[in-house]
Design a protein around this ligand. Sequence first.
Ligand code: FE2
Length: 359
Amino acid sequence: MNEKEFQFEKIDIINYLNTVEEYELIKQLDKVTDIATKRCAKVKSGEKVLILGDTGSDERIMDLFLYKCREVGAEALKMSFHFVESVQKIPERVSRAMRECDVLFPFTKTAILYSDAIERTLEKGRILFMANLETHNMLRPVVLEADFEAMSQIGSIIKSIIQNAKKLQVKTKAGTDAIMYMDSNRPVKCRDSVADKVGELDYLPGGSWSAAPIEESVNGIFVVDVSLYPIGLLNEPVIFTYKNGWIENVEGGKHAKKMKDWLEYRQKINNGEKMHYFFSHIGGGINKRASATGNLMEDERIWNAFCISGGSNQMVFKGKNNAHSHWDGMCLDCTLIADGVQIIEDGKFVHPQLAKFEK
Ligand SMILES: [Fe+2]
């Protein structure tokens, strides 16, 4: 980088520093950027980096990423497009740029995760997903104080337990009581925020595991009592009853009513398709610094909260649900039993390999 370029980069950042508050904000964002580019994505000199936003993105953090990536000698490019409601409408030029990069940092509000462009990007590159977040969501302990080392260790242990499990039982004191069977040919995903190899997609904030059970084997009751997408933070539980993988009943108060309305609405706009009533995936949080915010990017990381979801699960989890919709809900402090062996009890790891992480 020559002197002129360096000054230009500096000016880009300094333009934002009009007030003391903004200065403090940029200092915090600077830490997030360091975590993302160095610790998580491990951006290297000569790599092609794409920082991708849309009309809903915060340009300040995108500029910081641009600056940090160029600082290590990467060929960094920032690109922004107009928000689109459907991934089919992502401009072709954007998809092409995604496919041609080594590292992609998405900051979009457009829900690009399940697009073909993401799948194609992973053929030659890696992705650290930071989309669907507001800037203040990135400045929380779930990112700034995360124990990345512990998350990686827990992740690999959980992965082998779930990958080898046949029958899972999940319970909570709030009333969750369900069983399901696993298919060892389906992948178990662990998100520890590290995306340093071709084909890897991880998230910041990170700290969760997830897998798709055999959909029709899911039977029982799930009491979602903390966070539910698309509703948000819950102040009363929403109770889902499943029979052979299908939602049989949604009960509760006003949040349950809203959820039922959403399920019906999605059916209507997708020409009567009902696959979002069919099971998708399960998961659990392994980030001790996560707490309930109403944003699933953090709430799915809550320590030993259990995740259930409905709808699409083919691309990531190799399941058989081809829905056009997807939703997720979290049940706090779960008890998880795999083939009769207790892994988690009331929100605490009790498995011999995992109990040490409670200290
Ligand atoms: Fe999900």
